[in-house]
Design a protein around this ligand. Structure first.
Ligand code: 1HE
Length: 268
């Protein structure tokens, strides 16, 4: 399918978010390098539109940033224009956009480098897998700027690193480097500088070969199960397991293994 003349994607590109298909992988690029990919209203709207309108052939996505940094967070030049009521709606608009990333049709891999700060870290935490390179650093400058997170960070980041670490980052302005970020769980992968996008694309291509229902279970059922009381979680798990294994694709994949036609699990 040609993406060239899709009006939604054309508007997104004009607002700083570019979508390109590489096989079954949707590659989403933040294209505002002069402002370190700071997220203004247009860019947030574009992210929402791109993730709500991924082409049907997309089976996984990668998000990355152009230039020396993944994302400098909220565009602070827009902050001063808002009163309290507008602020609530603005935060909610971020929630819609980042929910579109997290709860869309495909698993999303973030390729991180340079600054992953404020709203940039909120965006990264809405993705399912984060690949960092050695240049990556993480911070929540909101604390020192006299504001609070508003893009879902207080919900998603404590799940990755715990509320205590996020509190420390915001109270003290602590910046985590790439190694420590990976150690505490801000990223699942750490690769040499310049290799995050390549690694993210490799992982996304692999994810794209999974049964779609498995990917759906992991992006939509698992996060909910993890928040349910154990008894409810076990019940939801049983329903999801039964739906997934009843799919013809699951049966074919299991049969292929039993007939010696599918890859074994290999020691890494
Ligand atoms: C910006 C922004 C921005 C850069 N809003 N314009 N986020 C922050 O508090 C982070 C603020 N940014 C920085 O600390 C640094 O810019 C970086 C560490 C990310 C990059 O440093 P550097 O030296 O590569 O770039 P720079 O020279 O600081 O910035 C280049 C330009 O981008 C410059 O504009 P210019 O017109 O003078 O060239 C900067 O003003 C501009 N720029 N970051 C606006 N964030 C939903 S709530 C979320 C709340 C938050 O995210 S708060 C955290 C905001």
């Amino acid at each position: 399918m040609s993406l060239a003349h899709d009006p939604i994607l054309e508007r997104a590109a004009a607002n700083g978010v570019n979508l390109e298909m590489q096989g079954a992988v949707a590659v989403v690029r933040l294209c505002r390098p002069a402002k370190r990919n700071a997220l203004n209203d247009g860019l947030i709207e574009a992210l929402r539109d791109v993730f709500q309108n991924l082409p049907p052939e997309a089976r996984a996505a990668v998000v990355h940033g152009e230039g020396d940094h993944f994302c400098a967070g909220l565009d602070l030049s827009e902050l001063k224009e808002r009163d309290a009521g507008e602020g609530v709606h603005h935060s909610r608009s971020w929630h819609v956009a980042l929910n579109a990333v997290e709860q869309g049709t495909v698993p999303v891999v973030a390729a991180l480098h340079g600054a992953v700060v404020g709203g940039g870290l909120e965006l990264a935490s809405a993705c399912h897998i984060r690949v960092s390179d050695e240049s990556t650093f993480y911070a929540f400058p909101e604390g020192t700027r006299g504001i609070f997170v508003g893009g879902g960070g207080s919900v998603r980041v404590p799940k990755l690193i715990g509320a205590a670490r996020m509190t420390d980052m915001m109270l003290t302005g602590r910046v985590y480097n790439a190694q420590d970020g990976e150690r505490i769980g801000l990223a699942q992968y750490l690769v040499p500088t310049g290799q995050a996008l390549g690694k993210a694309l490799e992982l996304a291509a692999r994810i794209a070969t999974n049964a779609p229902l498995t990917n759906f279970a992991l992006t939509h059922a698992l996060p909910r199960i993890a928040e349910q009381p154990a008894d409810h979680g076990l019940f939801t798990e049983a329903l999801m397991a039964s739906i997934a294994q009843a799919a013809p694709e699951a049966k074919a994949r299991v049969r292929a293994f039993l007939e010696g036609k599918a890859a074994k699990v290999q020691k890494s």
